[in-house]
Design a protein around this ligand. Sequence first.
Ligand code: PGA
Length: 246
Amino acid sequence: MKIIEAIDYQDMSKIAADYIIQKVNQSPKIKLGLATGGTPLGIYANIIADHQKNGTSYRDVMTFNLDEYVGLSGENPNSYRYYMDHNLFNQIDINKNNTFVPRGTTDNVLNECALYEDLLTKHNGIDLQILGIGANGHIGFNEPGTPFNTATHVVELTASTRQANARYFNSLEEVPTKALTMGIATIMKSKEILLLISGEQKKDALKRLLTENTIDERFPASVLKNHPYVTIIADKTAIAGLKVHS
Ligand code: PGA
């Protein structure tokens, strides 16, 4: 795993966005794996600003999101489909038909998981996956204990994840209890991964990732050590006190 030290959140977002933009320019049909949450917002803002200023085109880009809450439709402002439309897709020239987020409102969530996995296989997988990390080491919604060989599946969200995400909802009770998520095996099939880590709350997760030698299902992000092409971009607050070799 290569690590790039950014000054702060803005710097981390700019470095990551510039990297993605360069990849899109090199490979206009790139398949991007996208994430939601607080971390990637700055990346998306930079991508939009670049699109407006320099005209980088996303016409032929395809995107696959990591996860979605069970029970929320794309019109629900807390759904990840809504987040992606509003924070990125509506402001660039991407073809919405080429943007995929698992559907949280389907009669058969298990079938939706299988369909999503098939879709990824059909398109020969993700070229570049953007990832955040939970304070407990989760990636996507793969909570500690998730077997490393899981494909896209339905998860019961942990209390700590629901608590962390409650800031977007009116109350904790409104936070869905289940989600659909790419599995760890799905994420590991991505050809390249960019892991973004920013802020005080993520400090311990980064420390565990860089200092513990074990690869353990109790700390899902540790699996990334088995991936051949991972770049971590972390800010100084998250890195604080750790010796890193960029
Ligand atoms: P955050 O979430 O970007 O909102 O901190 C990341 C995650 O939980 O994976």
